[in-house]
Design a protein around this ligand. Structure first.
Ligand code: BES
Ligand code: ZN
Length: 454
Protein backbone atom coordinates (compact mmCIF):
# COMPACT_ATOMS: atom_id res chain seq x y z
CA UNK A 1 0.00 0.00 0.00
CA UNK A 2 1.30 3.45 -0.86
CA UNK A 3 2.26 5.86 1.91
CA UNK A 4 -0.57 8.14 0.79
CA UNK A 5 -3.17 5.37 1.07
CA UNK A 6 -1.78 4.41 4.47
CA UNK A 7 -2.14 7.99 5.60
CA UNK A 8 -5.73 8.10 4.35
CA UNK A 9 -6.62 4.89 6.19
CA UNK A 10 -5.08 5.96 9.45
CA UNK A 11 -6.79 9.37 9.46
CA UNK A 12 -10.21 8.22 8.25
CA UNK A 13 -12.01 8.88 11.53
CA UNK A 14 -10.62 12.40 11.85
CA UNK A 15 -11.74 13.16 8.26
CA UNK A 16 -15.27 12.15 9.22
CA UNK A 17 -15.17 14.35 12.31
CA UNK A 18 -13.98 17.31 10.28
CA UNK A 19 -16.70 16.79 7.70
CA UNK A 20 -19.25 16.77 10.55
CA UNK A 21 -17.91 20.16 11.65
CA UNK A 22 -18.43 21.53 8.13
CA UNK A 23 -21.93 20.01 7.96
CA UNK A 24 -22.98 21.65 11.23
CA UNK A 25 -22.85 25.07 9.56
CA UNK A 26 -26.35 25.69 8.11
CA UNK A 27 -25.23 27.37 4.88
CA UNK A 28 -28.58 27.56 3.07
CA UNK A 29 -28.01 29.96 0.17
CA UNK A 30 -31.68 30.51 -0.68
CA UNK A 31 -32.55 31.84 2.77
CA UNK A 32 -31.45 35.41 3.65
CA UNK A 33 -31.59 34.53 7.37
CA UNK A 34 -28.54 32.32 6.83
CA UNK A 35 -26.23 35.04 5.51
CA UNK A 36 -23.96 34.90 8.59
CA UNK A 37 -23.72 31.11 8.18
CA UNK A 38 -22.58 31.55 4.58
CA UNK A 39 -19.64 33.59 5.87
CA UNK A 40 -18.91 31.03 8.58
CA UNK A 41 -18.85 28.22 6.02
CA UNK A 42 -16.56 30.19 3.68
CA UNK A 43 -14.22 30.99 6.61
CA UNK A 44 -14.17 27.33 7.63
CA UNK A 45 -13.05 26.36 4.12
CA UNK A 46 -10.41 29.09 4.10
CA UNK A 47 -8.98 27.82 7.35
CA UNK A 48 -8.62 24.30 5.92
CA UNK A 49 -6.66 25.58 2.91
CA UNK A 50 -4.40 27.90 4.90
CA UNK A 51 -3.40 24.95 7.08
CA UNK A 52 -2.34 23.08 3.92
CA UNK A 53 -0.16 25.97 2.78
CA UNK A 54 -2.43 27.24 0.00
CA UNK A 55 -2.57 30.97 -0.83
CA UNK A 56 -6.20 31.56 0.01
CA UNK A 57 -8.67 34.40 -0.05
CA UNK A 58 -12.36 35.05 0.40
CA UNK A 59 -13.87 36.83 -2.57
CA UNK A 60 -16.76 39.11 -1.58
CA UNK A 61 -19.60 39.19 -4.13
CA UNK A 62 -22.99 40.84 -4.47
CA UNK A 63 -24.33 37.55 -3.14
CA UNK A 64 -22.54 34.95 -1.03
CA UNK A 65 -18.72 34.87 -0.71
CA UNK A 66 -16.52 32.58 -2.78
CA UNK A 67 -13.26 30.97 -1.68
CA UNK A 68 -10.21 30.83 -3.92
CA UNK A 69 -7.14 28.79 -2.95
CA UNK A 70 -3.96 28.06 -4.89
CA UNK A 71 -1.25 25.50 -4.15
CA UNK A 72 2.47 26.40 -4.24
CA UNK A 73 3.74 26.33 -7.85
CA UNK A 74 5.03 23.07 -9.32
CA UNK A 75 6.84 24.21 -12.46
CA UNK A 76 6.10 22.17 -15.57
CA UNK A 77 3.21 20.24 -14.05
CA UNK A 78 -0.37 20.59 -15.32
CA UNK A 79 -2.90 22.76 -13.51
CA UNK A 80 -6.31 21.58 -12.38
CA UNK A 81 -9.10 23.79 -11.11
CA UNK A 82 -11.28 22.07 -8.53
CA UNK A 83 -14.79 23.47 -8.30
CA UNK A 84 -17.32 22.82 -5.56
CA UNK A 85 -20.01 24.54 -3.53
CA UNK A 86 -20.43 25.04 0.21
CA UNK A 87 -24.05 26.17 -0.05
CA UNK A 88 -26.87 23.73 0.55
CA UNK A 89 -30.57 23.47 -0.27
CA UNK A 90 -33.29 24.42 2.24
CA UNK A 91 -34.19 21.61 4.66
CA UNK A 92 -38.00 21.79 4.66
CA UNK A 93 -40.06 19.73 5.46
CA UNK A 94 -38.20 19.52 8.76
CA UNK A 95 -40.53 16.97 10.38
CA UNK A 96 -39.52 14.38 7.78
CA UNK A 97 -35.89 14.28 8.99
CA UNK A 98 -35.04 11.30 11.23
CA UNK A 99 -32.13 13.24 12.74
CA UNK A 100 -31.86 17.06 12.50
CA UNK A 101 -30.36 18.27 9.19
CA UNK A 102 -27.50 20.18 10.78
CA UNK A 103 -26.61 17.59 13.41
CA UNK A 104 -24.63 15.07 11.34
CA UNK A 105 -25.49 11.55 12.46
CA UNK A 106 -24.01 8.16 11.52
CA UNK A 107 -26.53 5.40 10.77
CA UNK A 108 -25.97 2.12 8.87
CA UNK A 109 -22.66 3.21 7.40
CA UNK A 110 -24.06 6.54 6.20
CA UNK A 111 -23.56 10.07 7.40
CA UNK A 112 -26.88 11.94 7.47
CA UNK A 113 -26.98 15.75 7.15
CA UNK A 114 -27.98 18.44 4.67
CA UNK A 115 -25.00 18.87 2.33
CA UNK A 116 -23.53 15.44 3.16
CA UNK A 117 -23.16 14.61 -0.55
CA UNK A 118 -24.38 17.83 -2.17
CA UNK A 119 -21.78 19.12 -2.05
CA UNK A 120 -19.83 19.57 1.19
CA UNK A 121 -18.93 15.88 1.54
CA UNK A 122 -17.82 15.48 -2.07
CA UNK A 123 -15.93 18.75 -2.12
CA UNK A 124 -14.18 17.75 1.10
CA UNK A 125 -12.83 14.55 -0.51
CA UNK A 126 -10.62 16.71 -2.72
CA UNK A 127 -9.42 18.77 0.22
CA UNK A 128 -8.37 15.62 2.06
CA UNK A 129 -6.72 14.21 -1.08
CA UNK A 130 -4.59 17.34 -1.01
CA UNK A 131 -3.86 17.05 2.71
CA UNK A 132 -2.49 13.54 2.23
CA UNK A 133 -0.02 14.71 -0.42
CA UNK A 134 1.07 17.78 1.48
CA UNK A 135 1.63 15.82 4.70
CA UNK A 136 3.19 12.65 3.29
CA UNK A 137 5.18 14.04 0.34
CA UNK A 138 5.61 17.65 1.44
CA UNK A 139 4.04 18.88 -1.80
CA UNK A 140 1.50 18.15 -4.51
CA UNK A 141 2.58 16.63 -7.84
CA UNK A 142 0.35 19.08 -9.78
CA UNK A 143 -0.76 22.70 -9.57
CA UNK A 144 -4.17 23.02 -7.98
CA UNK A 145 -6.58 25.91 -7.81
CA UNK A 146 -9.76 25.56 -5.78
CA UNK A 147 -12.80 27.68 -6.47
CA UNK A 148 -15.61 27.13 -4.01
CA UNK A 149 -18.80 29.09 -4.27
CA UNK A 150 -21.85 29.66 -2.09
CA UNK A 151 -24.48 30.14 -4.78
CA UNK A 152 -24.63 26.95 -6.80
CA UNK A 153 -28.05 26.03 -5.50
CA UNK A 154 -29.40 29.44 -6.48
CA UNK A 155 -27.87 29.77 -9.95
CA UNK A 156 -24.19 30.82 -9.56
CA UNK A 157 -24.69 34.42 -10.64
CA UNK A 158 -21.70 35.91 -8.83
CA UNK A 159 -19.39 33.19 -10.06
CA UNK A 160 -20.53 33.65 -13.62
CA UNK A 161 -19.54 37.30 -13.51
CA UNK A 162 -16.24 36.50 -11.77
CA UNK A 163 -15.35 33.95 -14.41
CA UNK A 164 -15.91 36.40 -17.23
CA UNK A 165 -13.69 38.97 -15.53
CA UNK A 166 -10.95 36.73 -14.11
CA UNK A 167 -10.51 33.93 -16.60
CA UNK A 168 -6.73 34.54 -16.48
CA UNK A 169 -6.54 33.86 -12.73
CA UNK A 170 -8.47 30.60 -13.18
CA UNK A 171 -6.52 29.42 -16.25
CA UNK A 172 -6.08 25.63 -16.08
CA UNK A 173 -5.72 22.46 -18.11
CA UNK A 174 -8.75 20.74 -16.64
CA UNK A 175 -11.58 21.37 -14.20
CA UNK A 176 -12.40 18.72 -11.59
CA UNK A 177 -15.94 18.56 -10.19
CA UNK A 178 -17.43 16.06 -7.76
CA UNK A 179 -21.03 17.15 -7.40
CA UNK A 180 -22.88 14.20 -8.87
CA UNK A 181 -23.08 10.48 -8.57
CA UNK A 182 -21.87 7.02 -9.36
CA UNK A 183 -23.97 5.02 -11.78
CA UNK A 184 -24.84 2.53 -9.04
CA UNK A 185 -23.35 1.76 -5.62
CA UNK A 186 -19.74 0.72 -6.19
CA UNK A 187 -20.12 1.31 -9.94
CA UNK A 188 -18.40 4.65 -10.48
CA UNK A 189 -18.97 6.91 -13.46
CA UNK A 190 -17.46 9.73 -15.42
CA UNK A 191 -20.23 12.06 -16.60
CA UNK A 192 -20.05 13.58 -20.01
CA UNK A 193 -23.34 15.48 -19.87
CA UNK A 194 -25.52 17.57 -17.60
CA UNK A 195 -28.96 18.96 -18.24
CA UNK A 196 -29.56 22.70 -18.13
CA UNK A 197 -32.48 24.47 -16.56
CA UNK A 198 -34.95 27.34 -17.04
CA UNK A 199 -36.86 28.24 -13.87
CA UNK A 200 -39.98 30.43 -13.62
CA UNK A 201 -42.72 31.67 -11.35
CA UNK A 202 -46.17 32.41 -12.75
CA UNK A 203 -48.62 34.60 -10.83
CA UNK A 204 -52.25 34.63 -11.90
CA UNK A 205 -54.64 37.33 -10.68
CA UNK A 206 -58.41 37.50 -11.20
CA UNK A 207 -61.05 39.40 -9.20
CA UNK A 208 -59.86 42.00 -6.70
CA UNK A 209 -60.80 39.78 -3.69
CA UNK A 210 -61.60 36.16 -2.76
CA UNK A 211 -65.22 35.42 -3.68
CA UNK A 212 -68.05 33.13 -2.57
CA UNK A 213 -67.74 30.26 -5.04
CA UNK A 214 -71.52 29.80 -5.07
CA UNK A 215 -72.39 33.42 -5.73
CA UNK A 216 -69.68 33.95 -8.32
CA UNK A 217 -68.63 30.47 -9.58
CA UNK A 218 -69.53 30.04 -13.23
CA UNK A 219 -69.63 33.74 -13.98
CA UNK A 220 -65.95 34.66 -13.58
CA UNK A 221 -62.61 33.00 -14.40
CA UNK A 222 -61.21 31.23 -11.35
CA UNK A 223 -57.45 32.02 -11.22
CA UNK A 224 -56.69 28.56 -9.78
CA UNK A 225 -58.58 26.89 -12.65
CA UNK A 226 -56.81 29.19 -15.11
CA UNK A 227 -53.40 28.33 -13.65
CA UNK A 228 -54.13 24.62 -13.95
CA UNK A 229 -55.24 25.08 -17.54
CA UNK A 230 -52.05 26.93 -18.41
CA UNK A 231 -49.77 24.47 -16.65
CA UNK A 232 -51.40 21.34 -18.08
CA UNK A 233 -51.33 23.01 -21.49
CA UNK A 234 -47.53 23.13 -21.37
CA UNK A 235 -47.20 19.37 -21.84
CA UNK A 236 -49.11 17.05 -24.16
CA UNK A 237 -50.31 13.49 -23.64
CA UNK A 238 -47.06 12.15 -25.14
CA UNK A 239 -45.00 13.87 -22.44
CA UNK A 240 -43.76 16.51 -24.87
CA UNK A 241 -43.50 20.20 -24.05
CA UNK A 242 -45.83 22.29 -26.22
CA UNK A 243 -43.85 25.56 -26.26
CA UNK A 244 -43.28 26.59 -29.89
CA UNK A 245 -39.78 25.71 -31.09
CA UNK A 246 -38.97 23.89 -27.83
CA UNK A 247 -37.35 20.90 -29.56
CA UNK A 248 -35.73 22.80 -32.43
CA UNK A 249 -32.22 22.79 -30.97
CA UNK A 250 -32.30 19.50 -29.06
CA UNK A 251 -29.26 17.37 -29.89
CA UNK A 252 -30.72 13.90 -30.51
CA UNK A 253 -29.39 10.83 -28.77
CA UNK A 254 -27.02 8.95 -31.04
CA UNK A 255 -27.60 5.26 -31.83
CA UNK A 256 -24.38 4.54 -29.99
CA UNK A 257 -25.56 6.32 -26.86
CA UNK A 258 -28.88 4.51 -26.95
CA UNK A 259 -27.24 1.12 -27.20
CA UNK A 260 -24.67 1.98 -24.52
CA UNK A 261 -27.35 3.13 -22.10
CA UNK A 262 -29.40 0.02 -22.83
CA UNK A 263 -26.37 -2.14 -21.99
CA UNK A 264 -25.95 -0.54 -18.53
CA UNK A 265 -27.26 -2.67 -15.66
CA UNK A 266 -30.24 -0.43 -14.96
CA UNK A 267 -33.38 -2.07 -13.61
CA UNK A 268 -36.28 0.35 -14.21
CA UNK A 269 -38.57 -1.57 -11.88
CA UNK A 270 -36.09 -1.43 -9.02
CA UNK A 271 -35.39 2.25 -9.69
CA UNK A 272 -39.08 3.13 -9.32
CA UNK A 273 -39.58 0.81 -6.35
CA UNK A 274 -36.75 2.53 -4.48
CA UNK A 275 -38.83 5.75 -4.51
CA UNK A 276 -42.08 4.00 -3.61
CA UNK A 277 -43.53 3.73 -7.13
CA UNK A 278 -44.73 0.80 -9.22
CA UNK A 279 -43.92 2.51 -12.51
CA UNK A 280 -42.69 5.75 -14.03
CA UNK A 281 -43.88 7.88 -16.92
CA UNK A 282 -42.43 10.40 -19.32
CA UNK A 283 -41.89 11.25 -22.94
CA UNK A 284 -43.13 8.44 -25.14
CA UNK A 285 -40.45 6.58 -27.11
CA UNK A 286 -37.59 6.85 -24.62
CA UNK A 287 -36.34 4.70 -21.74
CA UNK A 288 -36.19 6.13 -18.22
CA UNK A 289 -32.40 6.60 -18.46
CA UNK A 290 -32.69 8.36 -21.81
CA UNK A 291 -35.40 10.64 -20.46
CA UNK A 292 -33.38 11.53 -17.35
CA UNK A 293 -30.10 12.16 -19.09
CA UNK A 294 -30.78 13.35 -22.58
CA UNK A 295 -34.34 14.60 -22.98
CA UNK A 296 -35.79 17.92 -21.83
CA UNK A 297 -38.78 18.04 -19.54
CA UNK A 298 -41.21 20.21 -17.58
CA UNK A 299 -41.95 19.98 -13.86
CA UNK A 300 -44.00 22.03 -11.44
CA UNK A 301 -41.89 22.74 -8.34
CA UNK A 302 -44.44 24.56 -6.19
CA UNK A 303 -48.11 25.42 -6.44
CA UNK A 304 -50.40 27.60 -4.33
CA UNK A 305 -53.88 29.03 -4.29
CA UNK A 306 -57.08 29.04 -2.29
CA UNK A 307 -57.95 27.35 0.95
CA UNK A 308 -55.40 24.95 2.51
CA UNK A 309 -56.85 24.51 6.01
CA UNK A 310 -58.97 21.77 7.58
CA UNK A 311 -62.37 20.94 6.19
CA UNK A 312 -63.94 22.72 3.23
CA UNK A 313 -64.21 26.40 2.42
CA UNK A 314 -66.23 27.38 -0.64
CA UNK A 315 -63.96 30.08 -1.91
CA UNK A 316 -63.09 31.27 -5.39
CA UNK A 317 -59.52 32.49 -4.84
CA UNK A 318 -58.44 35.87 -6.16
CA UNK A 319 -54.91 34.69 -7.02
CA UNK A 320 -52.94 31.56 -7.83
CA UNK A 321 -49.27 30.90 -8.44
CA UNK A 322 -46.73 28.26 -9.36
CA UNK A 323 -43.01 27.74 -9.61
CA UNK A 324 -41.96 25.47 -12.44
CA UNK A 325 -38.92 24.60 -14.46
CA UNK A 326 -37.76 22.98 -17.65
CA UNK A 327 -34.70 20.76 -17.63
CA UNK A 328 -32.91 21.50 -20.87
CA UNK A 329 -30.48 19.52 -22.97
CA UNK A 330 -27.80 20.67 -25.41
CA UNK A 331 -28.27 22.89 -27.53
CA UNK A 332 -31.49 24.39 -26.15
CA UNK A 333 -31.12 28.07 -25.34
CA UNK A 334 -32.78 29.32 -22.10
CA UNK A 335 -33.42 32.75 -23.68
CA UNK A 336 -35.35 31.17 -26.56
CA UNK A 337 -37.32 28.97 -24.16
CA UNK A 338 -38.34 32.08 -22.19
CA UNK A 339 -39.62 33.82 -25.35
CA UNK A 340 -41.56 30.74 -26.45
CA UNK A 341 -43.02 30.29 -22.98
CA UNK A 342 -44.35 33.85 -22.89
CA UNK A 343 -46.08 33.25 -26.22
CA UNK A 344 -47.55 29.91 -25.08
CA UNK A 345 -48.86 31.33 -21.79
CA UNK A 346 -50.58 34.17 -23.67
CA UNK A 347 -52.19 31.55 -25.92
CA UNK A 348 -53.35 29.39 -23.01
CA UNK A 349 -54.65 32.21 -20.78
CA UNK A 350 -58.44 32.52 -20.60
CA UNK A 351 -60.03 36.00 -20.44
CA UNK A 352 -60.64 37.49 -17.01
CA UNK A 353 -57.18 37.06 -15.52
CA UNK A 354 -53.82 38.78 -15.71
CA UNK A 355 -50.55 36.86 -15.58
CA UNK A 356 -47.08 37.84 -14.45
CA UNK A 357 -44.12 35.63 -15.36
CA UNK A 358 -40.87 35.88 -13.37
CA UNK A 359 -37.70 34.29 -14.73
CA UNK A 360 -35.16 32.82 -12.29
CA UNK A 361 -32.01 30.96 -13.16
CA UNK A 362 -31.35 29.80 -16.68
CA UNK A 363 -28.46 27.58 -17.69
CA UNK A 364 -27.90 25.58 -20.85
CA UNK A 365 -27.16 21.85 -20.80
CA UNK A 366 -23.67 20.65 -21.52
CA UNK A 367 -21.82 17.80 -23.17
CA UNK A 368 -18.12 17.53 -22.36
CA UNK A 369 -15.45 15.93 -24.47
CA UNK A 370 -14.22 12.48 -23.46
CA UNK A 371 -11.31 12.71 -25.81
CA UNK A 372 -8.48 13.83 -23.52
CA UNK A 373 -5.66 12.34 -21.45
CA UNK A 374 -7.21 13.96 -18.36
CA UNK A 375 -10.26 11.71 -18.72
CA UNK A 376 -7.96 8.68 -18.64
CA UNK A 377 -6.21 10.08 -15.55
CA UNK A 378 -9.60 10.41 -13.85
CA UNK A 379 -10.49 6.84 -14.86
CA UNK A 380 -7.24 5.59 -13.30
CA UNK A 381 -7.83 7.47 -10.06
CA UNK A 382 -11.34 6.07 -9.86
CA UNK A 383 -10.22 2.54 -10.67
CA UNK A 384 -7.62 2.72 -7.90
CA UNK A 385 -10.23 3.62 -5.27
CA UNK A 386 -13.31 1.73 -6.47
CA UNK A 387 -11.57 -1.34 -7.88
CA UNK A 388 -13.23 -0.99 -11.29
CA UNK A 389 -13.17 1.30 -14.28
CA UNK A 390 -15.85 3.97 -14.47
CA UNK A 391 -18.74 3.80 -16.92
CA UNK A 392 -19.59 6.86 -19.02
CA UNK A 393 -22.92 8.42 -18.18
CA UNK A 394 -24.84 11.67 -18.19
CA UNK A 395 -26.73 13.27 -15.32
CA UNK A 396 -30.23 14.74 -15.17
CA UNK A 397 -29.24 17.50 -12.73
CA UNK A 398 -27.59 20.81 -13.53
CA UNK A 399 -24.41 22.55 -12.48
CA UNK A 400 -24.98 25.93 -14.10
CA UNK A 401 -21.37 27.06 -14.17
CA UNK A 402 -20.02 24.10 -16.14
CA UNK A 403 -20.90 25.59 -19.52
CA UNK A 404 -19.11 28.78 -18.54
CA UNK A 405 -15.98 26.86 -17.51
CA UNK A 406 -15.95 25.36 -20.93
CA UNK A 407 -16.47 28.70 -22.68
CA UNK A 408 -14.25 30.97 -20.56
CA UNK A 409 -11.37 28.62 -19.74
CA UNK A 410 -11.43 26.26 -22.72
CA UNK A 411 -10.58 23.47 -20.27
CA UNK A 412 -11.72 19.85 -20.20
CA UNK A 413 -14.26 19.33 -17.42
CA UNK A 414 -13.98 16.10 -15.41
CA UNK A 415 -17.32 15.31 -13.79
CA UNK A 416 -16.54 12.58 -11.30
CA UNK A 417 -19.17 12.11 -8.62
CA UNK A 418 -19.15 9.86 -5.57
CA UNK A 419 -22.87 10.07 -4.68
CA UNK A 420 -25.65 7.50 -5.08
CA UNK A 421 -29.21 7.80 -6.41
CA UNK A 422 -30.68 7.23 -2.95
CA UNK A 423 -28.62 9.94 -1.19
CA UNK A 424 -31.76 12.11 -0.85
CA UNK A 425 -30.10 15.26 -2.16
CA UNK A 426 -32.54 18.21 -1.93
CA UNK A 427 -34.83 15.95 0.16
CA UNK A 428 -35.14 15.16 3.87
CA UNK A 429 -32.52 12.71 5.21
CA UNK A 430 -29.73 13.55 2.80
CA UNK A 431 -26.83 11.18 3.37
CA UNK A 432 -23.39 10.23 2.11
CA UNK A 433 -22.25 6.62 2.39
CA UNK A 434 -19.04 6.71 4.43
CA UNK A 435 -17.53 4.12 2.12
CA UNK A 436 -18.09 6.54 -0.79
CA UNK A 437 -16.59 9.40 1.19
CA UNK A 438 -13.39 7.43 1.76
CA UNK A 439 -13.28 6.01 -1.78
CA UNK A 440 -13.72 9.55 -3.04
CA UNK A 441 -10.73 10.79 -1.04
CA UNK A 442 -8.61 7.89 -2.28
CA UNK A 443 -9.62 8.50 -5.91
CA UNK A 444 -8.85 12.18 -5.52
CA UNK A 445 -5.35 11.59 -4.09
CA UNK A 446 -4.62 9.17 -6.95
CA UNK A 447 -6.02 11.62 -9.50
CA UNK A 448 -3.39 14.22 -8.59
CA UNK A 449 -0.69 11.60 -9.22
CA UNK A 450 -2.20 10.57 -12.55
CA UNK A 451 -2.76 14.17 -13.72
CA UNK A 452 0.92 14.86 -13.07
CA UNK A 453 1.77 12.31 -15.80
CA UNK A 454 -0.36 14.11 -18.42
N1 BES B 1 -25.28 18.47 -7.26
C1 BES B 1 -26.38 19.00 -7.98
C2 BES B 1 -26.38 18.68 -9.46
C3 BES B 1 -26.63 17.23 -9.75
C4 BES B 1 -27.83 16.66 -9.40
C5 BES B 1 -25.67 16.49 -10.38
C6 BES B 1 -28.07 15.34 -9.67
C7 BES B 1 -25.92 15.18 -10.63
C8 BES B 1 -27.12 14.60 -10.27
C9 BES B 1 -26.41 20.50 -7.82
O1 BES B 1 -26.01 20.94 -6.57
C10 BES B 1 -27.81 20.97 -8.04
O2 BES B 1 -28.71 20.47 -7.42
N2 BES B 1 -27.99 21.92 -8.93
C11 BES B 1 -29.25 22.53 -9.13
C12 BES B 1 -29.01 23.74 -9.97
C13 BES B 1 -30.19 24.66 -10.08
C14 BES B 1 -30.66 25.14 -8.73
C15 BES B 1 -29.86 25.82 -10.97
C16 BES B 1 -30.21 21.56 -9.81
O3 BES B 1 -29.82 20.77 -10.67
O4 BES B 1 -31.39 21.60 -9.46
ZN1 ZN C 1 -24.48 20.20 -5.77
Amino acid sequence: MSAIDQYLDSHATRFEEELCEFLRIPSVSADANHRPDMHRAADWVVDQFRRMGFATDVIATAGHPMVYAESPKVPGAPTALVYGHYDVQPVEPLDKWISPPFEPTRRDGNLYARGATDDKGQLFTHMKGVEAWVTVEGRLPVNLKFLIEGEEEVGSQALEKYLEEHADRLACDCVVISDGGQFAPGMPAINYGLRGISYFELRVTGPDRDLHSGSFGGSVTNPANALCKILTGLMDSQGRVTIPGFYDDVVPLTDRERSEYAALPFDEKEYFEQIGLKQGTGEVGYTALERRWARPTFDINGLWSGYQGDGAKTVLPATAGAKFSFRLVPDQDPAKIYEGLKQKIAELSPPGITTELLEFQGAPGVLVSLDSPYIEAAAKGIQHAFGRRPVFTREGGSIPIVTKFHQCLGAVVLLIGWGQDDDNTHSPNEKFALVDFHRGIKASAKLWEELAKC
